[in-house]
Design a protein around this ligand. Structure first.
Ligand SMILES: NC(=O)c1ccc[n+]([C@@H]2O[C@H](COP(=O)([O-])OP(=O)(O)OC[C@H]3O[C@@H](n4cnc5c(N)ncnc54)[C@H](OP(=O)(O)O)[C@@H]3O)[C@@H](O)[C@H]2O)c1
Length: 235
């Protein structure tokens, strides 16, 4: 059994029903934290909480509808760790621009992330810590990443201003490259990306979980945008 070092702590993972978020939920819960996880619907959140077990609690929170976020989070009494990996992917190009998809993703990442922090900030504990998710499509776009590349760049600026605004609460972000075993990428041909990655392989979800826990727990790290790409940008 994993060593328990988060007993008595409360974690909130918004977008914790699948992919990287779900792995973060499992790890924090296994270490003893009480974990709230969310998906867009009560059904997806409750199904994930039942599957993961360990006392996890499912909440329905749609970050693309920020007016409702505060009410959706009202049952949470206190927060030690807030992690926001939520994404509703928008495959978009300037040549064939889909306004509705772009507005939902821009709202989710740039307003929904901020409003979630705003709504919970009066319940942050003294040593609370926040981790947001951007991604390296901001540096290396791919076909269809127009909105994703744009909002990930916005997350960088959000970290800089909120590190000042939330103090002494800390806030940092993870910017993954292509995470090879995540549901979105695991069945794609990633060989061109692997060939440009100095590690000779793609970063894994467990490596992302490890980096999230480092940012949550290391009390000296603040305002950092941490690339997790195995050196992809340098080759
Ligand atoms: N996977 C990668 O390789 C990669 C690369 C770069 C960056 N990232 C970043 O890492 C994070 C996690 O990515 P992932 O691939 O692991 O994600 P994922 O598997 O697609 O999971 C997305 C999560 O977001 C939730 N969600 C979707 N729409 C939402 C909305 N409108 N409001 C609130 N929650 C919503 C989903 O819940 P329901 O479906 O249950 O509603 C689910 O829990 C994202 O922020 C992404 O930008 C990932």
């Amino acid at each position: 059994m994993q060593q328990s070092n988060m007993e008595g702590r409360t974690a909130v993972v918004l977008g914790g029903t699948s992919g990287i978020g779900k792995e973060i939920v499992k790890s924090l819960a296994a270490k003893g934290a009480t974990v709230y996880l969310s998906g867009r619907s009560a059904e997806s959140a409750e199904n994930a909480a039942t599957e993961i077990g360990m006392g996890t609690i499912g909440l329905a929170v749609d970050l693309s509808e920020p007016e409702h976020i505060a009410a959706s989070l009202s049952s949470i009494a206190s927060v030690d760790y807030l992690v926001i990996p939520a994404i509703e992917r928008d495959s978009n190009t300037i040549a064939d621009y889909n306004i509705a998809g772009a507005v939902r993703l821009v709202t989710l990442k740039l307003v929904g992330y901020a409003e979630s922090i705003h709504a919970l900030r009066d319940r942050f504990s003294t040593n609370a810590s926040v981790v947001l998710f951007g991604g390296l499509a901001m540096e290396r776009p791919y076909p269809g990443s127009t909105t994703v590349s744009t909002v990930n760049g916005g997350v960088v600026g959000m970290i800089h201003t909120l590190a000042c605004e939330l103090a002494p609460v800390r806030i940092n972000a993870i910017h993954p490259g292509i995470i090879g075993d995540s549901p979105y990428w695991e069945n794609k041909d990633n060989s061109p990306i692997i060939s440009r990655t100095p590690l000779g392989r793609l970063v894994t979800m467990q490596e992302i979980v490890h980096s999230v826990e480092f940012l949550l727990e290391n009390t000296g790290v603040n305002g950092v945008n941490l690339n997790m790409d195995g050196g992809w940008l340098f080759k």
